[in-house]
Design a protein around this ligand. Structure first.
Ligand SMILES: C[S@@+](CC[C@H](N)C(=O)[O-])C[C@H]1O[C@@H](n2cnc3c(N)ncnc32)[C@H](O)[C@@H]1O
Length: 282
């Protein structure tokens, strides 16, 4: 699935997404360990790096320095990002170093370079498609190469399009894992359960595969801090935020957390045909 659902509405007008990210970054800031003076923010920023502005609306530019890495698959979008208003203005401050990297994050994550001491990472993997097994590889690579450590944050979006998620085949091969991790009978796992817990399961599994080995310096676990659902284009989106924590023992279970539906507006009746009428009273 591509950007087809998201292309019609430009980032500044994605009001729900902006508000959700604002809340999410506030939660991240609260959990950031004291003395984190250098923040590396890794994002799929698109053409406008708008979420970098969302981050800096919450974190004080006067108190910290930032390294922002924006990965972008599309060459023309990457070029636009390099010259966008946000990049131009923030570069003038000298407190944000912005690198736009054209390529697939899952392949090019090595361009982040070596981790420096005292550096904290916030990864925002802003996928426009449904988060699936094929996306686990990027997380596993970050863990394998020590780019994701205790004290870091992992934020992930997943497109909750019913056309995919309401198929019986969606996560069908993971029913036994859902059952093991969430301690529920397979027969009780319905579509909505899979929709709200697919990212929790796939992220948890990626960590289990990669931080428990004999060569691992520490065991890490993703602790869910936020799980939002929003809908400002013609499909609902989910956003998961995890704090990466050092643990003594690997996780053996996951909790079935509901979505925090933001900003609590009634869902439109037609699932995939939301008219883009932002200001109906004007
Ligand atoms: C939702 S848009 C970014 C919006 C931006 N983060 C914001 O909040 O305004 C996602 C962008 O990520 C790019 N993208 C998706 N998967 C990627 C990947 N694996 N590596 C690099 N870029 C990717 C897409 O081309 C798209 O332009």
């Amino acid at each position: 699935m591509s950007n087809q659902y998201h292309d019609t509405l430009q980032p500044p007008y994605r009001i729900q997404k902006r508000l959700v990210l604002n809340q999410c970054f506030r939660s991240v800031k609260k959990q950031l360990k004291p003395g984190a003076d250098l923040i590396s923010y890794v994002t799929f920023g698109g053409a406008e790096l708008y979420d970098l502005m969302d981050l800096l609306a919450v974190f004080d530019l006067r108190k910290r320095k930032f390294l922002a890495f924006s990965f972008e698959l599309e060459e023309d979008l990457a070029q636009k990002a390099n010259n966008c208003v946000v990049a131009k203005a923030l570069r003038l401050t000298k407190r944000v170093h912005i690198s736009v990297i054209q390529g697939d994050f899952a392949i090019d994550f090595g361009k982040l370079g070596e981790r420096q001491a005292g550096q904290n990472f916030i990864f925002f993997l802003d996928y426009t498609e449904c988060f699936a097994q094929r996306h686990q590889g990027a997380i596993e690579s970050l863990l394998k190469f020590n780019l994701l450590r205790a004290g870091d944050f992992l934020i992930i979006t997943s497109c909750l399009v019913p056309r995919v998620m309401h198929q019986p085949t969606f996560m069908e091969d993971k029913l036994n894992l859902f059952s093991d991790y969430f301690h529920v009978d397979e027969g009780d796992i319905d579509t909505q359960f899979k929709v709200r817990n697919h990212v929790d399961l796939l992220v948890g599994q990626a960590f289990l595969r990669n931080t428990g080995g004999v060569h691992a310096s520490e065991k890490l676990s993703p602790a869910l801090i936020e799980k939002y659902k929003y809908r400002d284009t013609n499909v609902p989106m989910g956003l998961w935020a995890f704090a990466v924590q050092k643990v003594e023992r690997e996780i053996t279970g996951l909790n079935d957390h509901p979505f925090d539906e933001f900003p609590w507006i009634p869902a439109p009746e037609a699932e995939e045909t939301l008219p883009l009428n932002l200001f109906p009273d004007l």
